[in-house]
Design a protein around this ligand. Structure first.
Ligand code: GLY
Ligand code: MN
Ligand code: MN
Length: 512
């Protein structure tokens, strides 16, 4: 049984240090703060680019309300939250960066005021929780939102200056998005904020809206917002370049750590943390969990435990991407010889993967001569992979049979795809329709990865012993241009000789 002195379960934070509640304390803590309005507030770097994105949404859904939630803070445990990251559709349409803005909603309201349509027929409002006065309880006692705890927050004006969007206090946002559903239909981005979805679902039910049709409408919105990001504007390409530049510096740090990695029982962590220090110092962090995989671990495609030993003679597969402050991420893989030289068998496999990557690049670049579908890039890489596996004596069938839909035996050694779109999400545009993604034509402004690999697990009885425990991937980030493609990660050593020279220069001291 609990004693009288116990707080409610929800307030057990007082277990750690009892928070004073005397009137004297409250009066004193609320007084004497310099609360001059925030100054030097400038438009966000993306603010010049987001109006066109919002206008596209407005054109696509005339006369309808569209709700794009940022999403709430997510509890890690008790009163400790994960670092906040807003839903990517919200970031794309507002231009907000880093930790902005939990619980916010971007709402497109059909503009019925005759003669005053704005933004293609909607008024757009960013509903969020503005900074509270220093005399409020929130300021000093709210560990999730109070400025005493989390640092400066925007007020309605500064948020408006930064985003270029009209703002409103989110305390009345739910009413605004659920009102009048008898006369206006609403679509919401699902998967970002459950409480917003529940409020909308309840309001829809109240007016007798067809649940299945409503959900299908929401799916259409998700598809559209995903497809809106298939072609990057110049600002986005600039941010991807920035993310790749930070990633390049991170790879140098990681390569330079190879000898320390050999000396540490969890050498993979040495490599991981070396990369991530650059990502965090120069960017916002990593765009996905780093894969630092030595030896056979490289054959585990999502090896993110990174707790293995790094041995001389091993290859280390490092798949890592820094996320810029704008939240655009790079996605790069290089496979590094710890000793600064590839063994002959490692070299043969490396060159096969590189050849597959080059074939994929060539196919992507050929869009200037005629239509190229996204899936063709993968097919080009697979032709090389199947051919080289045949040359290694591993394919149980002919190259042609393996490449046929009824075959595909070569995929045993590369089960993942060759490419995915890249942007705010590492696997960007994931809700796009197949016609627009896999079967879509390459167009200038698209950014995607080219990342073939070959993985011969130590437990693979179908390959010669000398192949076992070797996993190699080479991953670059590619921009489709008017005259072909640009390898945005061209600044990374890529050929076998370049990679050897890189490791020898930055991690000297091995036996090569
Ligand atoms: N790092 C995840 C990927 O390459 O797709
Ligand atoms: Mn990757
Ligand atoms: Mn990738």
């Amino acid at each position: 049984m609990s004693s009288d002195a116990d707080a409610d379960l929800s307030d057990r934070v007082n277990n750690r240090s009892h928070r004073p509640s005397s009137t004297a304390f409250r009066d004193f803590v609320a007084s004497g703060w310099d609360r001059t309005p925030l100054t030097n507030v400038a438009p966000l770097p993306a603010a010049a680019w987001t109006p066109a994105r919002r206008a596209a949404v407005s054109r696509r859904f005339p006369g309808e309300r569209v709700v794009v939630p940022a999403g709430p803070l997510k509890v890690r445990s008790n009163d400790t939250d994960y670092r906040f990251r807003a839903h990517s559709a919200f970031i794309h349409l507002t231009g907000l960066e880093t930790e902005s803005e939990p619980d916010a909603l971007l709402v497109f309201e059909p503009d019925t005021a005759a003669g005053a349509p704005e933004s293609e027929g909607h008024s757009v409002t960013l509903w969020f929780r503005p900074r509270a006065g220093a005399d409020t309880e929130e300021f000093f006692s709210d560990a999730r939102y109070g400025e005493y705890w989390v640092g400066p927050r925007d007020d309605l004006d500064t948020m408006s200056v930064r985003t270029g969007i009209r703002t409103a206090d989110s305390s009345t946002a739910v009413d605004a998005i659920t009102k009048d559903l008898g006369s206006v239909s609403v679509r919401v981005v699902r998967g970002a904020d459950q409480s917003v979805e529940q409020a909308i679902d309840a309001a829809r039910a109240q007016v007798g809206a067809d649940q299945d049709a409503s959900l299908a409408g929401d799916d259409e919105l998700a598809e559209f917002l995903s497809e809106l990001r298939l072609i990057k504007d110049d600002h986005e390409v600039g941010q991807l370049r920035r993310a790749i530049e930070i990633t390049r510096a991170g790879f140098d740090r990681a390569v330079a750590s190879l000898q320390d990695a050999v000396a540490h029982p969890r050498g993979e962590r040495v490599i991981e943390t070396s990369f991530e220090s650059a990502a965090r110092l120069d960017g916002y962090g990593v765009g996905y969990d780093t894969i630092a995989a030595a030896g056979d671990h490289a054959c585990t495609l999502h090896w993110i435990r990174n707790d293995g030993t790094v041995r001389r003679g091993d290859l280390v597969l490092l798949d890592a991407g820094a996320e810029a402050d704008s939240l655009y991420t790079a996605d790069i893989t290089r496979t590094l010889p710890v000793d600064g030289v590839f063994t002959p068998v490692q070299g043969r496999i490396y060159d096969a993967v590189l050849e597959a990557a080059d074939a994929a690049f060539a196919t992507a670049a050929s869009h200037v001569h005629g239509p190229v579908r996204f899936r063709d890039v993968h097919a080009a890489a697979m032709e090389v992979i199947a051919q080289r596996l045949h040359d290694f004596g591993l394919l149980p069938v002919s190259v042609e049979e393996s490449l046929s839909d009824a075959g595909q035996q070569h995929r045993r050694w590369m089960v993942h795809g060759t490419s995915h779109h890249l942007g705010l999400d590492v696997h960007d545009c994931a809700q796009a329709r197949r016609d627009m993604y896999l079967d879509g034509l390459l167009e200038p402004g698209m950014v995607f990865t080219i990342e073939p690999g070959l993985y011969f697990k130590a437990a693979d009885r179908l390959v010669p012993e000398e192949f076992r425990g070797i996993g190699i991937r080479i991953e670059d980030d590619v921009l489709v241009t008017e005259d072909g493609v640009e390898n945005l990660s061209a600044g990374f050593p890529r050929t076998r000789a370049e990679v050897e020279a890189w490791t020898q220069r930055l991690a000297p001291g091995r036996a090569h």
